[in-house]
Ligand binder design. Structure first.
Ligand code: BV8
Length: 246
């Protein structure tokens, strides 16, 4: 592992602009199940049954039940060492930017500061009728209703088949200009997020990928690290700090 820590820390040191793309894997060590893993969120239901406008149209109660269950689960969890290592990285390398596929809000709670939640935010409610939006509001209704027009609210996330908000898409496109992309805890199955990784690799730009499913190796400019993010990210940042000191 030492060799990989050296390379990773040097790549971070040499890079001017660093991009970070995170997926559900970074929150695994916080106790939040990933989507496609053993204990995955999709285990009992498929994504199509729940995370689509059609599913919501057909059975809003079931979809809300799933989101309210996830909210309860996530509320009790906390950011882990991987989230905080990224905050350290940003303090060491100011031109570091983050796009997350996650809706759990753990990067907000870790204090990373400005970043893009490209698939929305689990604790956001959006009115299905007017423009009203609210965040972090407790509701014991089975289906929250709009305080402005009383219509049904929906979870403020991006479902499959829905467009990614333009602002997030623009950031994703800009992220392709970074010198180094850190890809942490994603199966790279969801687009257009996964497309960014492929673009970087196609253009032979530096990518460091952290995912225990991977075997640790370097192929061209992609360094794959087969370790849990909470274990290896703090070590990489410690190595970077020691390089900056010398
Ligand atoms: C769109 C919010 C235009 C809801 C989510 C090509 C181009 C454009 C679109 C598509 C395309 N091909 C297909 C599409 C359609 C679709 C898509 O990608 N489908 C997939 C299934 C093939 N994309 C869309 O619909 C997007 N919209 O592009 O609009 C359009 C539309 C239709 C057709 C053409 C164009 C919108 C997608 C947004 C969906 N919403 N979330 C909610 O959360 O309820 S996606 C959902 O999956 C989550 O956000 C999650 O983040 C995301 C991706 O999953 P991962 O984060 O990667 O999680 P996963 O469990 O899969 O993997 C975790 C990984 O972590 C594993 O590899 C594991 O090994 C690893 N791990 C485990 N422990 C650790 C770890 N890693 C590190 N440390 C650990 N400790």
């Amino acid at each position: 592992m030492e060799k990989f820590l050296e390379i990773s820390a040097n790549w971070l040191l040499e890079s001017k602009k660093i991009g970070i793309l995170t997926g559900a894997g970074i929150s695994k060590e916080s106790g939040i199940p990933t989507f496609r893993g053993e204990d995955g969120l999709w285990k009992n239901y498929s994504a199509t049954e729940l995370a689509t406008p059609q599913a919501f149209q057909k059975n809003p109660t079931l979809v809300w039940e799933w989101y309210l269950w996830r909210r309860k689960l996530v509320k009790e969890k906390k950011p882990n060492a991987a989230h905080y290592a990224l905050v350290d990285l940003k303090n060491l390398k100011s031109q570091t930017e983050l796009i997350t596929q996650n809706v759990d809000g753990l990067h907000r709670r870790s204090g990373f500061g400005k970043h893009t939640e490209m698939h929305g935010y689990l604790f956001r409610d959006v009115c299905t009728n007017c423009t009203f939006i609210q965040e972090d509001i407790e509701s014991n209704e089975k289906i929250p209703h709009c305080p402005q027009c009383q219509a049904m609210m929906r979870p403020g996330v991006v479902w499959f088949g829905e467009m990614i908000p333009q602002k997030a898409l623009t950031h994703l496109q800009q992220m392709a200009e970074v010198d180094l992309l850190l890809v942490i805890g994603t199966s790279k199955t969801v687009y257009p997020a996964a497309g960014l990784v492929h673009y970087m690799q196609l253009n032979n730009k530096k990518v460091i990928e952290i995912n225990p499913e991977l075997s640790s190796q370097m192929i061209k400019n992609t360094l794959s690290l087969g370790f849990p993010a909470g274990e290896i990210l703090p070590k990489i940042i410690e190595k970077l700090k020691s390089l900056i000191k010398t």
